[in-house]
Write a new protein. Structure first.
Length: 79
């Protein structure tokens, strides 16, 4: 009887083992394409709120009463 090699490693081809499956490559390519398109759309749309700025280093965390309030807002104090 002839000996039949049971392991695919005995064929001497290591190139097939180093490459990921084609489905994984396609998924990663599609994922990169989606990120690129979403980045391009976001760049074209510009900032969401151009006048919006942080609360600064006031320390109160923006929880009312500071100078950064919107005009005409009295926060329910009944003024």
């Amino acid at each position: 009887m002839a000996d039949i090699p049971m392991s695919p490693r005995s064929t001497g081809t290591t190139r097939g083992r180093l490459l990921p499956p084609p489905a994984l490559c396609g998924f990663l390519l599609l994922l990169m394409l989606l990120f690129a398109v979403s980045y391009a759309v976001g760049s074209a749309a510009g900032p969401v709120a151009p006048g919006l700025h942080g609360t600064g280093s006031g320390g109160n965390g923006g929880s009312g009463g500071g100078d950064d309030d919107m005009p005409g807002m009295n926060h329910g104090s009944g003024k």
